[in-house]
Design a binder for this molecule. Structure first.
Ligand SMILES: [Zn+2]
Length: 190
């Protein structure tokens, strides 16, 4: 594979996302800071244009916020994803996901706060999806609140469809009555 070491090899075969991330990171941290920005020019636009000239697919692969985060000055306790999150907010773009291997190759390891933020946003998204399922069921004419709530938990806990369906069908069935003594002896008091 002698060709792999030759200049121009990247033009022959497009690099994978991880490889591209490593190349862009190296460029942004070593060569880019040495380039001067014309007086009056927007430094962010200049940086993005220079990255795009060298790596045409970088922006669509990683997003502008992640690329610009590489051009921001590092600070103690602030990881690449912290900087990308701030930049994304300024651009009104979604924050880059710290779980993406390609973005980790570009921005480095996410700090604990960014990992926590990711878990929180995933949780919020899951609760929203579960609420939508519950609301859809509540919008049906004959679905009781209990069945809709089962739909909510089934979605949130990611239960298999068959189990969700059976639980909702149970909730839709008319109430069964057991001898009261049997329930208290099995379930105890709550
Ligand atoms: Zn961080």
């Amino acid at each position: 594979m002698a060709i792999a070491g030759q200049a121009g090899w990247t033009a022959l075969r497009p690099p994978g996302d991880l490889e591209l991330a490593a190349q862009v990171r190296r460029y942004a941290l070593t060569e880019l800071p040495g380039r001067t920005v014309t007086a009056g020019a927007d430094p962010d636009r200049t940086a993005l244009a220079r990255i795009a000239a060298r790596f045409p697919t970088a922006e669509e692969t990683f997003g502008r916020a992640a690329l610009l985060a590489l051009t921001r000055r590092p600070a103690p306790g602030v990881c690449g994803f912290c900087r990308a999150t701030v930049t994304a907010a300024a651009l009104s773009e979604p924050a880059p996901a710290p779980t993406s291997p390609a973005l980790q190759a570009l921005l480095g390891r996410p700090c604990r706060r960014c990992q926590e933020r990711q878990r929180t946003s995933e949780h919020v998204a899951a609760v929203r999806a579960a609420c939508r399922v519950e609301q859809r069921l509540l919008d049906e004419p004959d679905v009781p609140a209990l069945a809709a709530r089962i739909g909510y938990w089934g979605e949130l806990l990611d239960l298999p469809g068959a189990i969700k369906g059976a639980a909702i069908a149970d909730a839709l069935r008319p109430r069964r009555r057991w001898p009261t003594g049997r329930i208290t002896s099995v379930g105890g008091r709550r």
